[in-house]
Design a protein around this ligand. Structure first.
Ligand SMILES: *Cc1c(COP(=O)(O)O)cnc(C)c1O
Length: 357
């Protein structure tokens, strides 16, 4: 009888709640406004001829590298950051190796690492602060991969660049991935350091600020010698032709990306102010979402917001996130609706809770 590898049989399917998302989508940290109009114009111009070709990644890769101020040999385009994570695990991990992931964080790190047969050690972030000491204390000669989202998802916390670089220096035997999926909303990066380090990788995505989650495009930057290794594992056609054709247009419209990131930052401040006024605990965020603790009111909050056409994400099963929801923010106009519905819902469920059981 055909059996999957033992490591795969142990995995659970990752099945995000994507069905029926017709409302204001504040549940997946996507751009909720739309991409640059230049991308839509490019899509409208596609011809049958464009689609008959196998996609050619190299010229677009060179363009992206130059945009980032990196050498072409340092950059690999991927089918979203998800694929970059997968490729790194396939390149560096084998059964018996160890991978370190901070929790709570993005779930794909642990899934891809475990699928290789490596042992995944979860490092708790107390108070959601970057657990540098604990990471260092858990390094062994078998540690081959460390994955850090910065800013972190779902907490919005930001680690200091100097702590990340210290970790890279202390673990030369491990690939250190710094996942900068939310870079545009915070502006802090270690991407330039990938040229000077032997084991540091940085991932970026077009799924968040750029509004292209549906196209599936990500960037993996790293030391040339190591990017060459990762390329060996990658399909040459991993990024589709439509995505490759749109990418230069998306990058060229920095005015749009800057506008959207500024809108998000204003929205984030408004949401944080409102949560303070409503006495809802939250964590200061450097990304396009805020994690808030609703406690006992969490289920009702999620349901009532959904009834009003606003989706927020229940993150209460993440370690340390009991009673928490993650709320994505978009434009200030959308945030006005979010805040007014949030006020009403908290009013309703606050009042209901005071009734005797
Ligand atoms: C959303 C998210 C991603 C997903 O990126 P894709 O490019 O869409 O695969 C990666 N990392 C983190 C931390 C995220 O929150």
């Amino acid at each position: 009888m055909l059996r999957a590898r033992a490591a795969v049989e142990m995995l659970q399917e990752y099945h995000p709640p994507l069905a029926g998302r017709v409302a204001l989508r504040f549940d997946f940290n996507e751009n909720v406004h739309g991409c640059s109009p230049r991308v839509l114009a490019r899509l409208a111009s596609l011809t049958a001829e464009d689609l008959t070709r196998y996609p050619e990644r190299a010229p677009v890769e060179a363009m992206v590298a130059s945009f980032l101020g990196l050498a072409g040999e340092q950059v690999l385009l991927t089918n979203g950051v998800d694929e970059a994570i997968h490729l790194l695990c396939e390149t560096y991990l084998e059964p018996g190796d160890e991978a370190l992931v901070v929790v709570p964080s993005f779930s794909m790190y642990a899934i891809c690492a475990a699928a290789t047969g490596a042992r995944v050690t979860t490092i708790p972030a107390a108070d959601f602060r970057f657990p540098l000491r604990l990471l260092l204390a858990n390094l062994t000669s078998r540690t081959k991969m460390i994955a850090i989202a910065n800013p972190n998802n779902p907490t919005g916390a930001l680690a200091d660049a100097k702590d990340l670089l210290e970790l890279a220096s202390c673990a030369p035997q491990a690939a250190l991935l710094v996942d900068e999926a939310y870079y545009e909303f915070c502006g802090q990066t270690v991407i330039q350091e990938t040229a000077r380090r032997t084991n540091l990788f940085v991932a970026r995505t077009f799924s968040k600020a750029y509004g292209l989650a549906g196209l599936r495009i990500g960037i993996l930057a790293g030391p040339p010698k190591q990017i060459r290794m990762v390329r060996r594992v990658s399909s040459p056609y991993n990024v589709n032709q439509v995505a490759l054709m749109c990418l230069p247009d998306a990058l060229s419209d920095q005015e749009y990306v800057t506008w959207y990131a500024e809108e998000v930052k204003r929205s984030r401040t408004l949401l944080e102010q409102e949560l303070r006024l409503l006495h809802v605990p939250y964590w200061a965020s450097h990304a396009n979402f805020v994690l808030a603790r609703l406690g006992d009111r969490k289920d009702l909050f999620v349901q009532r917001m959904r009834k009003r056409g606003i989706l927020v994400r229940d993150r209460s099963s993440d370690p340390g996130c009991e009673g928490c929801v993650r709320i994505t923010v978009g434009t200030t106009k959308q945030t006005a609706d979010l805040l007014s519905d949030m006020r009403s819902v908290l009013d309703e469920i606050g009042a209901e809770q005071e009734l005797p059981a």
